[in-house]
Design a protein around this ligand. Structure first.
Ligand code: ATP
Ligand code: MG
Length: 321
């Protein structure tokens, strides 16, 4: 089974990204052949800073490898290193009705949020369709927000097959992860870079402790019983501790006699320990000069080898070869 997904290289990883996106992806490595690309062509629709874009791709590659990406099994590449994405996109765009793109909610939401519109942002779902269809992907794990784009991918593939022959493109199945829990941030809202309430996974020790200590709590005095239900501290602790440890913390909340600072310290320790192997792995990777470039070059070579026959098939079906 071929599982394909793209990640926007968007800077520093936080705990929400890790448990909501990265870890589920790493767990898929045992279930099929994972194709994972760093979507720099997509990022270009909203990031106009060459150094920042280049750096974001490297950081994403390093972080993924640190978090368990197995470069032997999983194909990791930079989207722009395989020009076939862009080439296939053109062909797909010629069968894509304007109306289909005009119905895309993500575009409307982005422009409503003040992101300046450009044609690339508008046609983004066609590039996304090319990203997927170029690899004959079986399964595409996406969040709820990407469901509409995946349906558009299928619509576009159907158009090609109707016009140029059944079997020209393979229709991918979405794997919508409905059950992924939303990780709360320091203030209890969804942890998000744009809310400034994140805890980053590769933070330095002192900064991390300080961040954890800044989790918002109520003003229940130290000696009084506290309510563990809905506590941000307990909800975050759950991600790093065993069910028994969580139960113990909840009991201590209810018993009173311990302040929030104590529980935050325990959360910090659990978190620090949880990410220790990833921090160590990250240091190893960063210390090897040229390693990231090698991995990305090899990934691009392997990705190209898979996509080329597919794109050739399409090009010859439509009369370009
Ligand atoms: P932004 O504020 O710019 O939207 P973000 O911090 O929300 O950034 P994204 O780049 O939107 O991060 O998300 C990257 C991935 O991490 C997505 O798959 C998203 O679903 C997941 N993710 C982000 N925040 C959380 C969270 N708090 N809980 C669970 N998953 C999350
Ligand atoms: Mg977000």
């Amino acid at each position: 089974m071929r599982i394909l997904t793209g990640l926007q290289p968007s800077g520093v990883l936080h705990i929400g990204n890790y448990f909501g996106a990265i870890k589920p992806l790493m767990d898929l490595q045992g279930k099929g052949e994972v194709f994972l690309f760093l979507a720099d062509l997509h990022a270009l629709t909203s990031l106009q800073d060459a150094a920042a874009l280049r750096q974001a791709v490297r950081t994403a590659a390093i972080d993924l490898m640190a978090c368990g990406l197995d470069v032997e099994r999983t194909i990791l590449w930079r989207q722009s290193d395989v020009p076939l994405h862009s080439e296939l996109m053109w062909v797909l765009s010629t069968v894509t009705p304007m109306g289909l793109m005009e119905r895309m909610v993500a575009y409307k939401e982005k422009t409503a949020r003040g992101i300046s519109s450009n044609v690339g942002l508008f046609t983004y779902p066609i590039l996304q369709a090319a990203d997927i269809l170029a690899y004959d992907a079986d399964l595409v794990p996406v969040g709820r927000d990407q469901k509409q784009h995946l349906e558009a991918t299928r619509d576009i593939a159907v158009k090609i097959n109707e016009a140029f022959g059944a079997g020209t493109l393979k229709l991918p199945e979405p794997a919508i992860s409905e059950h992924v829990a939303v990780v709360p941030g320091l203030d209890g809202q969804k942890m998000s870079k744009s809310y400034g309430n994140t805890i980053d996974i590769f933070m330095e020790e002192k900064a991390l402790r300080k961040r954890v200590m800044s989790i918002v709590t109520d003003s229940t005095p130290l000696e009084d019983p506290k309510n563990p239900d809905g506590s941000i501290i307990v909800d975050l602790y759950r991600l790093f501790a065993t069910p028994e440890q969580v139960q113990e913390m909840k009991d201590q909340f209810r018993a009173g006699g311990m302040g929030y600072g104590h529980f935050k310290q325990r959360l910090f320790e659990a978190m620090w320990e949880y990410f220790a192997p990833m921090r160590a792995r990250r240091e190893e990777i960063v210390a090897r000069p040229g390693y990231v470039d090698e991995v990305l070059a090899e990934g691009a070579r392997r990705a190209d080898a898979v996509a080329r026959p597919v794109v050739n098939r399409v090009f010859s079906a439509v009369g370009l070869r």
